[in-house]
Design a protein around this ligand. Sequence first.
Ligand code: AMP
Length: 113
Amino acid sequence: MGETIFSKIIRKEIPADIVFEDDTVMAFRDIAPQTPVHFLIIPKKDIPTVNDITEEDAQTMGHMFVVASKLAKEHGVDESGYRLTVNCNRDGRQEVFHVHMHLLGGRLMGRMG
Ligand code: AMP
């Protein structure tokens, strides 16, 4: 599986503002936040895109939602609301080819483009 900047963050080779970590998932602040709360929730396993997710990843993918829910509560956007986004390939505007879930909150967002 391919190396990305997120692989380096997982190995702590480059710094990140980590807000959650366990054996299978990590979450950190997006370096260019689009909203007051903007986290990236990633599997520790190198999975390039949603197209590469297999049945063996199902538990980790589900766990990412549990982590998102926990972070939303901890950072006070659970009641006001938030958006979870996973971009895939060119039309989805994916830039980093390691599966990641954006947690966006803290302001009213536009409708989906
Ligand atoms: P996507 O378009 O879904 O692939 O988004 C990739 C996201 O990764 C963008 O929102 C970037 O701002 C973010 N990003 C890129 N490099 C870093 C980094 N070193 N630390 C934190 N976030 C990053």
